[in-house]
Design a binder for this molecule. Structure first.
Ligand SMILES: O=C(O)c1ccc[n+]([C@@H]2O[C@H](COP(=O)([O-])O)[C@@H](O)[C@H]2O)c1
Ligand SMILES: Cc1cc2nc[nH]c2cc1C
Length: 348
C-alpha cells in the first residue's frame, strides 16, 4: 500500500477522487417496473426505496441479493488501561473464539437470514496504543489496516454488513465523534457494554485528555482515525471504500461501525452514497451521530450489542426489498394497462 513517492495516507486519499456512481438508467428502469408491480403505488414503503437503491448500485432492473455477508472485525484498545469498560480485554478474544464456534448472537442471525460470516481478528494480543498517551496507530499501520479491510469483499459478495467486536471500542468511537463534530464530550459518551458511573466518568476524562493531546490533528478525519481509532474501525473504513469501488451496497451497524462511516462522511458525504444505516443503537449519542451525518436508520429496536447484529436484521429487509421488487407480477400480467413512463419527479 505505501508508495515510495508519498505518505501512506496519500494512497487512500487518491481513492476518494474517483468514486463510482450508481447506474441511473438501470435505476430508472427499476422505478418504471416498481410502478407496474401488482400493488397500490408506494404500498411497500421504504422497501421500494431500497429496491431502487439496489437497482442503481447493481446496474440492473431486477436486483438480487445472493451472496450477502457480515464482515466482523475485532480489535483491542490500549485506552482500556484507563478503566473505561466493565469488561476485561480478554473478552474480545473469547468472543472471536465464540464466533468461530457458532454460539454468539451474530451466528444465529447469519444462519437464520442466509448471511455468510467472515471474522477478522486484528492482532488482538497487540492492542493499539492508549490514545491518552500517544496516537493509537502510526500512519503506516493505520493505512495498512485500512488496506486489510478492503480485502473483506474479495471473492465476490453483493451485500456487506459491517460488524465489530472490541472491548473498549465505544470509547474510541466516542472520541472519534467528539473529534469530528466537537461539542461537549459528555454528549458523545454512553454506557457501552454496561459501564457504571465511574467508568463512564473515566471515558469522558480519557477522551478529554486525548483531544487535548492530539489537538493539532483534529482538522483531518484520517488523522482522527489514526489517533483514536482501533484497528477494527480503520479496517471498516477500508471495507466501505472498496465496496464503493465494486458498487457493493454496505449496511452500517450501530454506534461503533457508524464511527468508521463518520470519518468518511467528514471527508465527503458522497463517500457514503452506497451505504444504508441499519438501526439506531441504544448507545446514547448514536442518534446524535446519525443526525450529524444526515442519516435515517431503518430500525430502532433498542439494541446495543454490536457484532453486526443490527446490520444482519436490516439485511433481512434489504433481501426482502430485492425479492418483492424482482419477483412480483405486474398489472400487465393480469391484463391491465401498463405504465410506460413516470412523472419526472418519480423517475429516481
Ligand atoms: O455498536 C453499538 O451500538 C454498540 C453499543 C454498545 C456496545 N457495543 C459493543 O460493546 C463492546 C464495547 O463496549 P465497551 O463498553 O467495552 O466500550 C464492543 O464489542 C461493541 O461491539 C456496541
Ligand atoms: C459478552 C460480550 C459480547 C459482545 N459482543 C459484542 N460486544 C460484546 C461485549 C461483551 C461483553
Amino acid at each position: 500500500m505505501p508508495t515510495a513517492t508519498g505518505l501512506p495516507f496519500d494512497d487512500i486519499r487518491a481513492l476518494f477522487e474517483r468514486l463510482t456512481q450508481p447506474d441511473l438508467e438501470a435505476r430508472g428502469r427499476a422505478a418504471l417496473r416498481n410502478a407496474n408491480l401488482l400493488k397500490p403505488t408506494g404500498s411497500l414503503g421504504e422497501l421500494e426505496d431500497i429496491a431502487l437503491f439496489l437497482a442503481g448500485w447493481q446496474g440492473v432492473e431486477k436486483p438480487q441479493i445472493t451472496r450477502p455477508i457480515v464482515a466482523l472485525f475485532a480489535g483491542n484498545h490500549g485506552v482500556h488501561a484507563q478503566g473505561i469498560s466493565r469488561w476485561p480485554m480478554e473478552i474480545t478474544q473469547t468472543m472471536v473464539d465464540m464466533f468461530m464456534q457458532g454460539g454468539a448472537a451474530i451466528n444465529q442471525l447469519c444462519a437464520l437470514h442466509g448471511l455468510g460470516l467472515k471474522v477478522f481478528d486484528l492482532a488482538l494480543d497487540m492492542p493499539v496504543n492508549d490514545f491518552t498517551e500517544e496516537p493509537a496507530m502510526d500512519e503506516k499501520g493505520c493505512a495498512a489496516t485500512i488496506a486489510f479491510g478492503m480485502e473483506a469483499i474479495a471473492g465476490g459478495v453483493d451485500l456487506v454488513c459491517l460488524g465489530e467486536m472490541g472491548i473498549g471500542n465505544t470509547t474510541a468511537a466516542s472520541a472519534i465523534y467528539a473529534a469530528l463534530y466537537g461539542g461537549d464530550v459528555e454528549d458523545w459518551v454512553g454506557d457501552g457494554a454496561g459501564a457504571d458511573d465511574d467508568q463512564r466518568a473515566r471515558k469522558v476524562a480519557a477522551i478529554t485528555k486525548g483531544l487535548a493531546l492530539h489537538a493539532p490533528s483534529l482538522n483531518d478525519p484520517l488523522e482522527i482515525l489514526r489517533c483514536f481509532g482501533g484497528r477494527e474501525i480503520a479496517a471498516m473504513v477500508g471495507t466501505i471504500i472498496s465496496a464503493r469501488a465494486e458498487r457493493v451496497p454496505v449496511v452500517i451497524d450501530g454506534f461503533v461501525v457508524s464511527s468508521a462511516a463518520a470519518v468518511l462522511h467528514k471527508i465527503d458525504p458522497a463517500l457514503l452514497d452506497h451505504c444504508l444505516f441499519a438501526h439506531v443503537s441504544a448507545e446514547q449519542a448514536h442518534q446524535k451521530a446519525l443526525d450529524a451525518m444526515g442519516q435515517k436508520a431503518l430500525l430502532n429496536l433498542g439494541m446495543r450489542l454490536g457484532e453486526g447484529t443490527g446490520a444482519a436484521l436490516a439485511a433481512m429487509l434489504v433481501k426482502s426489498a430485492a425479492s418483492t421488487h424482482s419477483g412480483m407480477a405486474t398489472f400487465a400480467d393480469i391484463g391491465l394497462p401498463e405504465v410506460t413512463s413516470l412523472p419526472a419527479e418519480q423517475e429516481s
